[in-house]
Design a protein around this ligand. Structure first.
Ligand SMILES: N[C@@H](CCC(=O)N[C@@H](CS)C(=O)NCC(=O)O)C(=O)O
Length: 219
């Protein structure tokens, strides 16, 4: 039975996991979470009542969280591209950067998006200001880190870059990366040119009108 990935092509965390599948050409069935696929939604809610996606099902085993899905694929369905380095010290740094992108870029970015889809009376401008401030601080830190680097850790594309790609893609739409942060802009462009991420972005293209802050006409 093939691997089954529950998610949505426009979802940042789904794209993060998809990059790992595409990097190693791992076959899978995509279980689209959308109103016109109610059976997928019902099975998903049974498997993971928290209802955050993506999740992976492999021979009856359910794997939660995009980072863990990527780790699991490397353990159970390895391919030539090693997204978690074999060197344990390098692997620690990869996991650290994966957390940085999820917690300090993807999370504040998501806060702004969720705020925009709330009813007007429940919006939280204070929280959005805090999210923008966190993004600005993260952008400056990442810009300094990326000076002289091609990928987030070491010389190879890794789990950290899987996290970086959708984070920076959507964060720049939400709260622009200042033009002077040239190393971060160049890194974001490299990520968009990576065939695995370009494919994930293309999969989400038909849904851009769903972006609540208005998708820009670029990327
Ligand atoms: N910590 C989770 C986060 C997953 C997540 O927040 N996914 C979003 C889609 S990008 C989601 O499920 N949103 C649905 C909701 O918030 O109801 C992971 O790393 O996989």
């Amino acid at each position: 039975m093939t691997l089954q990935l529950f998610g949505h092509p426009f979802s940042s965390y789904t794209q993060k996991a998809l990059i790992a599948f595409y990097e190693n050409d791992i076959p899978f069935t995509f279980r689209m979470l959308a109103p016109d696929e109610p059976a997928n939604g019902e099975e998903f809610a049974r498997l993971w009542p928290i209802k955050r996606f993506p999740i992976l099902v492999d021979e009856g085993r359910t794997i939660l969280e995009a980072s863990t899905i990527i780790e699991y694929l490397q353990v159970r369905h390895p391919g030539p591209v090693r997204l978690i380095p074999d060197d344990p010290e390098a692997a620690v740094e990869v996991r650290m950067l994966d957390r940085v992108f999820d917690n300090y870029v993807m999370t504040p970015q998501g806060k702004c998006v969720f705020n925009a889809i709330r009813p007007e009376a429940h919006r939280d401008p204070y929280g959005v200001n805090e999210a923008h401030a966190m993004l600005d601080t993260a952008y400056a830190w990442l810009n300094a880190r990326m000076a002289g680097r091609e990928w987030a850790v070491g010389d190879a594309f890794s789990l950290a870059d899987c996290a970086a790609a959708p984070s920076l893609f959507y964060a720049d739409w939400t709260h622009r990366i200042p033009a002077e942060l040239e190393h971060l802009h160049a890194y974001r462009a490299r990520l968009l040119a990576r065939p695995s991420f370009a494919r994930a972005v293309d999969g989400g293209r038909p849904y851009r009108h769903f972006f609540p802050l208005g998708a820009p006409d670029r990327d």
